[in-house]
Design a binder for this molecule. Sequence first.
Ligand code: CA2
Length: 154
Amino acid sequence: MTAILVLHGPNLNLLGKREPSIYGSLTLDEINARLMEYAQREGLVLRTFQSNHEGALIDSLHEAMSWADGVVFNPGAYTHTSYALRDAIVASGLPVVEVHLSNVYAREEFRHRSMLAPVCIGQVAGFGWRSYLVALYALQGYLTEHPGHRHPQT
Ligand code: CA2
C-alpha cells in the first residue's frame, strides 16, 4: 500500500483564522480531513504533521524514511531560506512534492526563490488547499511509474 506523509511548515496552524484572501478559509484540520477522504478513496496510507520548528520538520522527514513512499511538503517560509531542510530531503531519498497554497511567483520577490524545489520531484503552487490534492495525485502517479523509488517495507 502506498504511504504518504503530508508535512506542513511554520504558521500553517493559523490557516482559516487569518489572511483568508491569500491562504483560503479552510483550517488546517479541514484541509487534512479532505486529504484523508481522498486517501481513503484511493487506498493510500496518509499521515499528516505540522510544526513551526525547522528541526521537528527535519525529524519528521527522517522518520518518514522508515515508513513512507513519498512526501507532500508545504515548507512555508522555510522554502525560501532552509539549506537544512534541503539537505534533509536529499538525505531521505524520498520523492518530495513542494506545495504552496498561494502563487508564490505573483508575490514578493523573496518568495520567487525556493531552496527546496531543485531537490523535489516537482512543485504545485497557487491553487489554495487543492494544491495539496494536485500534489498527492501527482506523487501517486510518480510512484506508480517509479516503483524502484518505493519504500521496501510497503
Ligand atoms: O503559499 C504557501 O503555502 C506558503 O508556503 C505559505 C507561507 C509563505 O511564507 C510561503 O512563501 C508560501 C506562509 C504561511 C503562513 O500561513 C498563514 C496562515 C494564516 C494566517 C497567517 C499565515
